[in-house]
Design a protein around this ligand. Structure first.
Ligand code: C2O
Ligand code: CU
Ligand code: CU
Length: 536
């Protein structure tokens, strides 16, 4: 397709520190000539800031929902407690602020945040809520890699989208005919004549990308979803499904200033079971089956102290041993958007995992199309892929830490992960197809990580949540289904009973209370417990 690359690539604002304020709001953006487009954005009119965090830091994220509908915010790829993970259960009401906090335990790599509202993830992401998280750590910082953000370290949030005749974002499965990077349609990026790092995220709803350049130059992939690869891996294509990330270096050291090349998605070379792949040229959707350029790179003058060489060995990957796995869990991807024959039900915990266990998940795709499978909480290693012709170990670019893996039609992919650090008998993590259309249609399941060495009092304590706390107006008591609440009584600091609630525990009105400390006596099926409540 002939395209023009007239607009500079926008670089999302970078924010550093340990407290991040994310305001989700409605906005508008001029994507195309003609009508302005209604969007959602985070601290801006489309997408959100890039959050730079350091491994080992304890961070707080204050997410304020200024939309007219509820939302959630999920830290994709980050290893965090279930209650901070921002899955479908952690709704942020209209006007509310949700403030998860956790220690950054991931390795240096690129992660991302996006909403995860049941049935509405595709809509809210497509409208523009998504942003990058870059984790730094000592190992990566010690390497001579480009890391001047926006200069020789360029983030690429690649998305495809469709607009209706009035230039409004359309949520439809097949008609995304417009590509954009960082919210700009076919932009150009300046890149200095040296080693340049690109950090690519496929933030599209359902389209897998097959990234290369129009001149088939070598891309040196240095990182997968959750960390560095052992060595830079020279490739000419990077297959990137929804939610996956890849960092790669491009060697521009001997380029002349003013020369250009383009990034292309080579759809014609993609297997036909991947939506829009080979054999689908001629489809009414112009992005199907044909190769399309999504960004131009213009070479500019070298910067001061450029990186001019590839790094040597970057890390040592220590994969989990198959022999250490105590559980093998089948994950069969079946037709009609199901996993193991069932659709997502917020009230059903599909899998229960013991804290500290190493597990092998056997993801077996018996449908006729490819699905990007994503697991929350952990980073995993791919053990092998089997397309029917026998199990083969992952390629060098897939040998690193992953949180999302494309499982092709008829293929079985075995992954291995260790479920460490965080147990929660109530709040589940998700696993799902990251094709957002499939996810919203129910191709998702829930797992809890439990610590069975926990005694009944602790279990009881953990099985009931009171939030927000402190609160000004309402308090929500969350317990899920296994341990129903029978009655809640409110006591003041002197022990005087003020009120008894026998229903609607998920939204108790405390607006009438004076500010101060109270106690909630919560009677549940498995026993009774007391929680402090601070009224502000
Ligand atoms: Cu990127 Cu369950 O999410
Ligand atoms: Cu995720
Ligand atoms: Cu799918």
């Amino acid at each position: 397709m002939a395209q023009t690359f007239n607009a500079p690539l926008p670089i999302p604002t970078s924010v550093t520190g340990t407290v991040f304020n994310l305001n989700v709001d409605e906005a508008t953006k001029q994507f195309k000539p003609g009508n302005i487009t209604n969007t959602y954005g985070v601290n801006g009119n489309y997408l959100g800031p890039t959050l730079f965090v350091n491994a080992g830091d304890f961070i707080t994220l204050n997410v304020t929902n200024n939309l007219t509908e509820s939302t959630t915010m999920h830290w994709h790829g980050m290893h965090v407690p279930a209650e901070d993970d921002g899955g479908p259960h952690s709704l942020i009401g209209v006007g509310d602020t949700w403030s998860p906090d956790f220690m950054v335990k991931n390795k240096a790599s690129m992660y991302w945040y996006h909403p995860h509202k049941m049935g509405l993830t595709n809509y809210q992401v497509s409208m523009g809520i998504a942003g990058i998280i870059i984790v730094n750590d000592a190992e990566e910082s010690a390497l001579n890699l480009p890391r001047t953000y926006g200069v020789d370290d360029i983030p690429l949030v690649i998305q495809t989208k469709s607009f209706d005749v009035n230039n409004q974002i359309q949520i439809s499965s097949q008609m995304d005919d417009t590509s954009m990077v960082n919210g700009e349609i076919t932009p150009y990026a300046n890149a200095p004549a040296q080693m340049v790092r690109f950090r690519a995220l496929n933030g599209s709803s359902s389209r897998t990308l097959n990234i290369g350049t129009d001149d088939n130059r070598t891309l040196y992939q240095i990182s997968s979803d959750g960390g560095l690869l052992e060595n830079p891996v020279p490739v000419t294509r990077i297959l990137l499904s929804n939610g996956e990330r890849a960092e790669f270096l491009v060697d521009l050291t001997s380029e002349t200033v003013g020369s250009t090349f383009k990034f292309t998605s080579y759809m014609s070379e993609m297997p036909s079971n991947i939506e829009g792949g080979s054999g689908s040229a001629g489809h009414p959707n112009t992005l199907f089956g044909t190769n399309w350029d999504f960004m131009e790179v213009r070479v500019v003058a070298q910067t001061a102290s450029p990186v001019t060489a590839l790094p040597g060995t970057m890390t040592t990957l220590t994969t989990h041993l198959e022999g250490d796995a105590s559980v093998t869990r089948p994950m069969e991807l079946t037709n009609n958007g199901k996993i193991n024959g069932v659709s997502m039900d917020m009230n059903v915990i599909n899998e229960v995992i013991e804290l500290g266990d190493t597990e092998i998940w056997t993801i077996n795709n018996i449908t006729s199309i490819a699905h990007p499978f994503h697991i929350h909480d952990v980073q995993f290693f791919i053990l092998d892929r089997d397309d029917g012709g026998g199990a083969v170990p992952p390629s060098a670019t897939e040998a690193g830490l992953k949180d999302t893996v494309l499982v092709e039609a008829g293929e079985t992919v075995r992954v291995i992960a260790k479920f460490e650090d965080y147990a929660d008998p109530v709040i589940p993590y998700m696993y799902h197809c990251h094709n957002l259309i499939h996810e919203d249609n129910g191709m998702m399941g829930q797992f809890t990580v439990v610590d069975s060495t926990m005694g009944l009092p602790k279990l009881l304590e953990e099985s009931v949540r009171v939030y927000p706390n402190p609160t000004f107006d309402y308090v929500h008591i969350n317990n899920f289904n296994e341990n129903p609440i029978k009655r809640v009584s409110l006591y003041d600091i002197s022990g005087k009973q003020i009120k008894t609630y026998s229903n609607n525990f998920n939204r108790l009105d405390v607006r009438h209370l004076d500010s101060g400390l109270y106690f909630l006596k919560i009677e549940t099926k498995k026993g009774e417990l007391t929680k402090k409540l601070l009224k502000s």
